[in-house]
Ligand binder design. Sequence first.
Ligand code: SAH
Length: 230
Amino acid sequence: MLISFTPQEIQGAGMTSSRTRGRMVERLREQGIHNERVLDLMRRVPRHLFIEEALAHRAYEDTSLPIGFGQTISQPWVVARMTEAIVEHGLDGGVCLEIGTGCGYQTAVLADLCSQVISMERIEALQAKSRERLQRLGLRNCRLQLADGMLGWPKDAPYRAILAAAAPRQIPQALLEQLAIPGGLVIPVGDGETQELRLVLRSEQGFKEKSLGVVKFVPMLGGIQSRSVF
Ligand code: SAH
């Protein structure tokens, strides 16, 4: 039986207190995030509970941090930017597919905005930790799948929103096919040090693409890594 996080743990203290979180939100505002719903979510979701305790005091800095297995928790600005793209294009409220659960932070943000989040991860150990955190937070509308996100998750398609937290070289065709009409995909694309964050909107008229700026993500890799590998 898992023990829920206490209200005190969720609230944080010192470097994870509401004051520190408020400062992060002000920084996000200065960096161009304007949607109040998104800013409120960034204030509420306890990022410090998604990283190892030794790093928790840095949770509200605008930086990505290591989460083990060579992966990182996305930088708050990036999470806010992707989430804002979803809200501003009316892609919230429905079923969302996320690729790259990582530590589960973006999953928790999406869980507040969508009726259900199906989140895919290829590293079993990361998924196991995320599952525990999301359960301890009482988020019941998240389903985690250990599978290659390049292929999407056809079983529950179509999705109003698809969000990828790892960068493929090119947009996988499967993800486009699994978008609802209307629907939208937010995804970093490219194989360089930095990538382009793209928004693809699907409507009756077809697909329309828009650039949301330059970002830095880990690559989207094929296949899965089960626990027995370690
Ligand atoms: N939003 C996450 C970001 C994690 S980093 C967070 O805030 O923690 C990206 C994650 O994508 C990594 O955990 C990596 O293992 C995963 N990933 C990479 N390629 C993948 C694929 N093809 N399918 C599923 N997950 C993938």
